[in-house]
Write a protein that binds this ligand. Structure first.
Ligand code: GLC
Length: 584
């Protein structure tokens, strides 16, 4: 039974929380509590291919996004992170760039881009672009020249290994059909390195000319007025080019063996001096190394590298398994919060274009739970310390599409893994089953605008099938329903913006050993908020310290119409309370 709680106990508890967290409020230079616009920003990540098609070719485009800017504004978000929109042959949906200063034809023109940026800024929405510079497309002119001759001035832009030296030391590749990151190229009798697909050769960051090219590209976009970069696969750019042999099993720990290579910090500090430090921008690295020290080394303000990074340890807790352990989840997020309690900054996300839909992954997309579960997960993202990244469609509760057939997939990661398995006589049926849970295409289906054909996304044939649940689950329907996931999401963004404690407040885990409920407080200056989240589909009791009395706390927001007078949470229930005494 939960303990009985008295008003005195509440006051004592708050005093305890205030004392425990006092160090967080220090305003020393570089402290986590130092204000910055990019800490107060709510980021909306938008997958351009799937947001809105304006010309009926089945592919989302910039004009489509422009037509929906008022919707984006209405969400209460402050910035959009746009996945790559540069010229690309689309081997990996734009993460294989053939021209960094041009727009992908599918998406429109540079004039469309200029309009998009102007219209976003007119609405006070910032634009964060993807910077993909671990690799280019093999169709980039640098690579074409590089592969044409061993004497090309571009030869050193990439990593080559001449075949007369024998085979290079093995390296593992994410998307290669043989998982082999070295591809033989007969034109010059040499192998080139590609950590991702064969059409994504890795740039050689040891070459100062390559780094200068990257800085020029960054300046090109920053001078147009964009507000920052999400730095793709950045922890992998620096390589040990003596190519040491890794121990067996290294491919199971890619970040440890490939990440944070020699000179990464030198490169970042140079980039900061040459570019980043000259603009007021937001910079976020994909990946944060494999230790908390790695992460801090990227974002410690004193080091002048990046603003923030996003870590994958949270995603790893539940990888490919819906029955993840909430205790692990809480441990990971609490650990990462404590790492940045004094200085530095982090990002909070539960899904993106490389992950399945957060609802299917972290909760339940069963129709009876969708509403409460989506609201609960959004509550988590928008009440934790760290810049929240909200993935398009999660404000509606979009879920995994769960294709039965390999021919429905478009993602190179799924397709090449399937081909590799098939080639080696593996269990392709089991693979298709697992992809229903984990494939990246689950999170890339077209946005569900309304109940018209193809969810109002396109008048043509969508490049990736629309989730058939769009007839009932769509933006138009939710806009009209006051208690919808969409309208709850807007309340959350508003609350985040008007409650500094949710951005800057110290985080304290409550009821740590509760396997079903994630409970924490956020405390800042004289305000304390309590957040209670039931991550399970069954009613779950919460055991609060005697210092907290829910009967006297002020309810702020919840995802159920009413909360019974008990300390048992309803399935996927989310509750936010203001614990600040009204009559101190
Ligand atoms: C990053 C991107 C992912 C892409 C890969 C290669 O992880 O988020 O979508 O496939 O880098 O660029």
């Amino acid at each position: 039974m939960p303990p009985r709680i008295t008003p005195l106990a509440i006051a004592t508890g708050i005093l305890f929380l205030l004392t425990a967290c006092v160090s967080d409020n220090s305003r020393t230079s570089g402290s986590a509590a130092d204000h910055a616009w990019w800490k107060e920003t709510i980021v909306y990540q938008l997958y351009p291919r799937s947001f809105k098609d304006s010309d009926g070719d089945g592919i989302g485009d910039l004009k489509g996004i422009i037509s929906k800017l008022d919707y984006i504004k209405s969400l209460g978000v402050d910035a959009v992170w746009l996945n790559p929109i540069y010229a690309s042959p689309n081997d990996d949906n734009g993460y294989d760039i053939s021209d960094y200063r041009n727009i992908m034809k599918d998406f429109g023109t540079m004039a469309d881009f200029d309009t998009l940026l102007k219209e976003m800024h007119a609405r006070h929405i910032r634009l964060i672009m993807d910077l993909v510079v671990n690799h280019t497309s093999d169709e980039h002119s640098w690579f074409q020249q590089s592969r044409s001759s061993r004497n090309s001035p571009y030869r050193n832009y990439y990593h080559w290994w001449n075949a007369e030296r024998g085979k290079p030391t093995p390296r593992w590749s994410f998307f290669d059909v043989n998982s082999d990151a070295w591809k033989y190229d007969s034109a010059t009798n040499a192998y080139y390195l590609h950590y991702f697909s064969r059409k994504q050769p890795d740039l050689n960051w040891e070459n100062p000319q390559v780094r200068k090219e990257v800085y020029d590209i960054m300046k090109f976009w920053l001078d147009k007025g964009i507000d920052g970069f999400r730095m793709d696969a950045f922890q992998f750019v620096a390589k040990d080019t003596t190519w040491p042999t890794f121990p067996p099993g290294y491919d199971k720990n890619i970040i440890k063996y490939y990440g944070m290579g020699p000179h990464l910090h030198d490169y970042l500090q140079e980039m900061n001096k040459e570019v980043i430090g000259k603009y007021d921008i937001m910079t976020v690295a994909e990946g944060a190394g494999s230790t908390l020290d790695d992460a801090m080394s990227l974002v410690d303000p004193a080091r002048h590298e990046l603003n923030m990074a996003y870590h994958f340890e949270g995603m790893d807790v539940g990888s490919h398994d819906s029955a993840y352990d909430l205790l692990d989840f809480k441990r990971v997020y609490t650990k990462w919060d404590s790492a940045f309690a004094q200085k530095g900054w982090v990002s909070i996300f539960l899904g993106n274009h490389d992950q399945p839909r957060m609802l299917s992954h972290w909760a339940s997309d069963e129709p009876q739970y969708r509403d409460a579960a989506s609201k609960m997960l959004n509550t988590f993202i928008l009440t934790m310390r760290g810049t929240p990244y909200c993935y398009y469609g999660d404000e509606l509760g979009m879920s995994n599409i769960k294709f039965d057939n390999i021919h429905d997939y478009r993602d190179i990661a799924t397709i090449n893994k399937y081909l590799e398995l098939k080639h080696n006589g593996g269990d392709t049926a089991a693979f298709i089953q697992s992809q229903k849970r984990s494939s990246r295409d689950n999170g890339r289906t077209p946005f569900q605008w309304d109940a018209t054909p193809n969810a109002g996304f396109t008048t043509g044939t969508p490049w990736l099938k629309v989730n058939p649940n769009y007839t009932t689950l769509n933006q138009q329907a939710q806009a009209q329903e006051p208690s919808s996931i969409l309208n709850y999401f807007k309340k959350l963004t508003q609350l985040r913006h008007t409650t500094p404690a949710l951005t800057y407040g110290a985080y304290t885990l409550i009821d740590p050993s509760n396997p079903n409920v994630y409970a924490y407080t956020r405390q800042y200056e004289n305000k304390t908020y309590l957040i209670l989240l039931n991550f399970k589909s069954h009613p779950s009791p919460i055991f609060l310290p005697t210092s907290i009395d829910l009967t006297t706390a002020t309810p702020v927001l919840s995802n159920y119409p009413t909360h019974p007078p008990t300390t048992t949470l309803q399935p996927y229930e989310a509750l936010i309370y203001d614990l600040t005494p009204t009559n101190p």
